[in-house]
Design a protein around this ligand. Structure first.
Ligand SMILES: N[C@@H](CCC(=O)N[C@@H](CS)C(=O)NCC(=O)O)C(=O)O
Length: 130
């Protein structure tokens, strides 16, 4: 069954990550939203070490995650979450007050809480492996 607007939903992440950030890669945000929304999706991995030119076409900083919906490709975990919330009442209410609360907490999670939970370069993998 096709679950995206344009085709299959495919979440792309690395095939390997250093031990320190393992379990904290930002694809977890997208996986969580997809699971809560009950949307069918597939996970694909790209090489951590040899990042291809195609990788940079999907994610201009050579990072992960990105989400493909058919031929549409979206990077930035926050942008992906905003894209997905429109797909599911489990993620986004029709009520304007509740929608505002969802947006507040989405941005709080991406900005305020993220920096409290992650001091230092926990997602700057190049700094960790060098
Ligand atoms: N603002 C981006 C940040 C993406 C990001 O920092 N990805 C990390 C994994 S959590 C990454 O790919 N790091 C590899 C690297 O920088 O070499 C987002 O939220 O999607």
């Amino acid at each position: 069954m096709v679950q995206g607007y344009f085709g299959e939903l495919v979440l792309v992440t690395f095939d390997w990550v250093p031990e320190l950030p393992r379990g904290f890669v930002r694809d977890i945000r997208v996986r969580w939203a997809l699971e809560e929304a009950g949307l069918l999706y597939r996970v694909e991995s790209v090489p951590f070490r040899d990042r291809s030119a195609e990788h940079f076409l999907h994610q201009p900083f050579g990072q992960v995650p990105w989400l493909s919906d058919g031929d549409l490709s979206i990077f930035e975990s926050g942008a992906i979450l905003l894209y997905l919330v429109e797909r599911s009442e489990a993620l986004m209410s029709a009520d304007p007050r509740q929608r505002a609360a969802v947006l507040e907490w989405l941005f709080a999670a991406l900005t305020q809480l993220k920096w409290q939970a992650c001091h230092g370069p926990c997602c700057d993998f190049q700094a960790i492996v060098k």
